[in-house]
Write a protein that binds this ligand. Structure first.
Ligand code: CTP
Length: 401
């Protein structure tokens, strides 16, 4: 958890999404962080200095000529524990990537030695342009965390990738990066895939066989990987949670859909974590119309057939160096079943947790033992799912070398 009182510089670029950043600022100050807002001069066209000053409790400047005696362009960057730039416009990214120092924000970026996070927001064409992508690569190569924009409604009637993620999710990124401090960004340059939630196997158009997985652990893994600098693809089966900022979310329903989406994404991934609860069986026959109570005197039995094991398929087809992690939900003889499952599935790590009526499913916390193919075991005591996520990524990062 970040220490209250940590110092954050909130850099604001000249984009309409600046209005959402007021809410991010609010969350940061309400959780005890000391925030200095540094807008670019044009950012003030969208949200004025009075708003930033009132919400942060500090005066606001955009140039290096205000309060010169205090040398603000050096002081702000040097003393910051985190610089968070949102929205990062295409112009701001190019100036940051080139090391310009033509306003207070870019000067601060040059003097900061703490983790730096950029949350870009712009129109899809601008985001996807090779020039912007090249600037993003430069910033990532230098150790900054660039949070992928969300897809959705943009300014006007447009829709597509380029939207600033929701403030609550950006706050999660800031909180996690602050918690890791100098260790933030250790998954930078990596692409990771996380499956989350629980698959549903259709019986007829209104009924399915499902399970109790909420997706909380998978989403905690995704959020943590974003905050550690990875490019993250989440394959989410029936998850009713807000999209983690910076992750590409692919929505699926059944085990078959999940298998297809995971295989596609895993193709060029450095690590794959199968945190989803995948149905082992599906009905043999899918009825295209609703089964009626009045059809027969006795209900027809539902015949089941086995689903392919996605995890085992991934292991069999893995590209060199890819790290694969499975999850095992067990109700009894947890360790014994876990070791047997690790050997059977052939993955690098198996996160074994005990589930039951009120354990793990839908709960905010979790306890687990992470078994490794090399015979080692790491016990993670009961705590937030985020803490388990950190341990899993530590073990993955060590195996990525
Ligand atoms: N899994 C998978 N594809 C399936 C079933 C499971 O990829 N069809 C993955 C899960 O995502 C999880 C791991 O395999 O990472 C363990 O799943 P689990 O169902 O507990 O293992 P099984 O081998 O099916 O063992 P059992 O049901 O006997 O406990």
């Amino acid at each position: 958890m970040p220490e209250p009182g940590t110092r954050v510089v909130l850099g604001v670029g000249a984009g309409i999404a600046a209005y959402k950043v007021c809410e991010l600022l609010r969350r940061l100050t309400e959780t005890g962080h000391d925030v200095h807002v540094v807008p670019t001069p044009d950012a003030l066209r969208f949200v004025g200095a009075a708003t930033w000053a009132a919400l942060s409790g500090h005066p606001v400047a955009t140039d290096v000529w205000t309060d010169v005696a205090a040398v603000p362009h050096v002081r702000l960057g040097r003393r910051a524990d985190l610089v968070f730039v949102a929205p990062a416009t295409a112009d701001l990214l190019v100036r940051a990537a080139n090391g310009r120092a033509d306003d207070l924000l870019t000067s601060t970026l040059l003097t900061a030695r703490c983790p730096v996070v950029y949350a870009p927001a712009m129109h899809t064409e601008m985001w996807e342009h090779p020039a912007t992508q090249a600037n993003v690569s430069v910033l990532r190569d230098r150790g900054s965390i660039v949070v992928e924009p969300a897809a959705g409604r943009l300014t006007g009637a447009d829709s597509g990738p380029g939207r600033l993620p929701e403030p609550a999710e950006l706050f999660e990124v800031a909180r996690r990066v602050l918690a890791r401090g100098a260790l933030a960004g250790d998954l930078s340059g990596r692409h990771v895939v996380v499956s989350a939630g629980g698959t549903r196997e259709a019986i007829d158009p209104v009924r399915f066989i499902g399970n109790r997985s909420s997706g909380l652990q998978g989403y905690a893994l995704a959020r943590t990987a974003v905050a550690r600098g990875a490019r993250v693809t989440v394959v989410a089966a029936n998850v009713a949670l807000p999209d983690p900022a910076g992750a590409r979310v692919v929505r699926v329903g059944s085990a078959e859909e999940m298998g297809k989406a995971v295989r596609e994404a895993a193709h060029e991934a450095d690590a794959v974590i199968m945190a989803a609860a995948v149905a082992d069986f599906r009905p043999v026959d899918y009825r295209t119309t609703k089964i009626k109570k009045s059809e027969t005197a006795e209900p027809e039995p539902i015949r089941l057939t086995k689903n392919p094991d996605i995890l085992a398929e991934l292991v069999a087809a893995r590209p060199g160096g890819q790290v694969i992690v499975g999850f095992a939900a067990e109700t009894d003889d947890v360790l014994e079943h876990g070791r047997a499952k690790l050997a059977r599935k052939g993955c690098d790590l198996l996160v074994v947790n005990q589930v039951g009526e009120h354990l793990a499913f839908g709960a905010a916390d979790n306890a687990a033992i992470v078994l490794a193919a090399d015979g080692t075991a790491v016990e993670v005591p009961r705590g937030p799912k985020e803490a388990l996520a950190e341990v899993v990524w530590d073990l993955v990062a060590a195996r990525l070398g």
